[in-house]
Design a protein around this ligand. Sequence first.
Ligand code: NAD
Length: 245
Amino acid sequence: MGRLDGKVIVLTAAAQGIGRASALAFAKEGAKVIATDINEFKLQELENYPGIQTRVLDVTKKKQIDQFASEVERIDVLFNVAGFVHHGTILDCEDKDWDFSMNLNVRSMYLMIKAFLPKMLAQKSGNIINMSSVASSIKGVENRCVYGTTKAAVIGLTKSVAADFIQQGIRCNCVCPGTVDTPSLQERIQARDHPKEALKAFLNRQKIGRFASAEEVALLCVYLASEESAYVTGNPVIIDGGWSL
Ligand code: NAD
């Protein structure tokens, strides 16, 4: 028997990285997964796995989200994964960078939760997981000005939803990883002037001596999505190899 048998789980940014690993881990535990992403090509590959259906969704578009929500009959778990890492201090962050990150990292979660929460309330049960980071209100990280701001906002949003709907059977937690080996991390390293040194600096900040794998973070998400975590709500759950120690 799987730990998520019969649960319907909707997640965003599922085409690669932590989202993809989570979609696979959820399906392996018996969930019916609706995996969404903006990248249709990469998303399609997930159709090969039993228990996973895919749907193209741009989480910055309210109309698309509302249309998608109207198509979903039942939802047990909503996992908001989509997010973008802007590199730089406040002085490197232009208005367009600020707006882009606030839109993709925070407003998308506001829109998704608003669209799906009424269904959960009607069912008298629901579970929301948001993707935050230790680069947030947990830890000040160099060159993560707008990113850290958005991920701190995700923690605030998570606690607020958890507090407002706890008596209606809704849980809401967020995941706060350190550095996770995903395609976008590799891109961020390669984009730096000295990729070898950048890799070393990224590795040095993980006290445990290595990056997390997306699969390790996905296992924490399985726990949060399952009934094993029924008493856990409103928490920023840290998985960071000791970075924030
Ligand atoms: P990633 O950055 O490699 O992939 C992101 C996915 O988001 C892609 O498949 C992309 O197509 C999709 N996407 C981009 N814009 C979208 C949009 N408008 N609508 C829908 N989908 C869109 O994935 P990752 O590195 O696993 O990061 C996933 C989440 O985890 C992000 O929120 C990120 O901030 C967070 N996180 C990552 C790390 C890390 O080290 N990788 C650490 C902490 C937190």
